[in-house]
Design a protein around this ligand. Structure first.
Ligand SMILES: [Fe+2]
Length: 365
């Protein structure tokens, strides 16, 4: 008989015969050796496990009733320790019910005594073929899952690259936002973590921070880079950027609604006097309340076309002054605590110079 056996870590064509009757063991061993198997023998389950530890078998043929450890207990141990080993039970006709139960525990098949050698050959061949298919199917599933994981990672990378391209496009148009988006993203992440938000939510908030000002792509450069104060019309024009950004990013961020909320609502105010929707208090998504504080902190500490940067200490005073009006007090508290705890990387604080404190509610960032 030619037995199709693949080599996959378990010794190919190696069989372990387990029976407390030496005569029956020898009959089976001779049969298996004739068919090309190398064979080990064991008189009970304990001995069988010792043999397996030394030399794992492709196939175990085991009696049901044995001293010390019977066939069912051995079967359970084998399934757990050697899931790729095929196990065939040998049973008397009176124990067929038990043998069928063994199939539920994971036996590949069972043989009833007395058996014909040709029948044993056929059943062994079937059992090993089934084992081969099971292993191949599992390997295929694992390879498939690996490929799906790789594809998903690639899609994620492409998505983030497209978002980065948009952010880069804005920085070319508005050099003063250089690094601003990244810093707002980082600061927002620090606040979100301080507030105990889950990691996937934090990731979306950081993404939202990274793209919060994308809508400025639609703002005239003359207004964006104007060194002096803005006229009312210019201010209204620049403040269209949350809704413009939201429109641009809605198709891309359909599955990241939290990030999208940051884009749309980062200029809402806690007192309801913000844009674009005039939301108030908890109506403003928490992620947008977080980004508003991070955005203002970075805008104030950055050098702008119309003023130098504000020192961190003065900026925190201003955030505190606007807590409860422009900003959610809980978010301001979390941010200031994070700054005081040294959780804001000083490399991520924009250029700072001393000057008097302007109103945080002033120029849009
Ligand atoms: Fe903005």
């Amino acid at each position: 008989m030619s037995v199709p056996v693949r080599h996959d870590g378990v010794s190919a064509l190696h069989c372990l015969v387990v029976d407390d009757e030496p005569h029956l063991r020898r009959v089976l061993v001779r049969l298996m050796q004739t068919d090309g198997f190398s064979c080990d023998e064991a008189g009970n389950g304990v001995e069988a496990l010792e043999q397996m530890a030394t030399r794992p078998a492709t196939l175990v043929v085991t009696d049901l009733h044995m001293p010390q450890m019977d066939g069912i207990e051995l079967l359970r141990e084998l399934r757990q320790r050697y899931p790729d080993t095929a196990v065939m039970m040998i049973t008397a006709v009176a124990d067929v019910g038990t043998a069928v139960n063994c199939l539920n525990v994971g036996a590949m098949d069972y043989l009833t005594k007395p058996f014909h050698l040709e029948e044993v050959r056929a059943r062994v061949r079937q059992a090993l073929e089934r084992r081969r298919l099971i292993i191949e199917n599992r390997d295929y599933q694992e390879r498939l899952e690996d490929r799906v994981r790789v594809q998903a990672r690639r899609l994620e990378e492409l998505f983030l690259a497209s978002i980065q391209s948009l952010a880069d496009a804005l920085e070319v148009k508005d050099p003063y936002t250089l690094g601003h988006s990244l810093r707002v993203s980082r600061h927002s992440g620090v606040i979100a973590r301080a507030l105990g938000l889950d990691r996937p939510v934090v990731a979306q908030i950081e993404l939202g921070g990274h793209v919060h000002d994308i809508g400025k792509i639609g703002v005239r450069e003359a207004v964006l880079n104007k060194p002096g104060p803005l006229t009312d019309e210019e201010y209204q024009h620049i403040m269209t950027h949350p809704i413009v950004g939201w429109r641009i990013l809605s198709p891309l961020l359909a599955e990241q609604p939290i990030a999208l909320n940051v884009v749309r609502s980062h200029h809402e105010r806690f007192d309801g006097r913000g844009v674009p929707d005039g939301l108030a208090g908890e109506e403003v998504p928490l992620e947008a309340r977080i980004a508003a504080v991070a955005d203002t902190f970075d805008a104030m500490t950055s050098v702008r076309p119309y003023r130098p940067g504000v020192p961190v200490a003065s900026t925190l005073v201003e955030l505190r002054r606007c807590s409860g009006s422009q900003f959610d007090p809980r978010v301001v508290d979390a941010f200031i605590a994070a700054v005081e705890a040294g959780e804001i990387d000083s490399n991520m604080v924009a250029a700072v110079r001393t000057m008097t404190v302007p109103s945080a509610a002033g120029r849009a960032s």
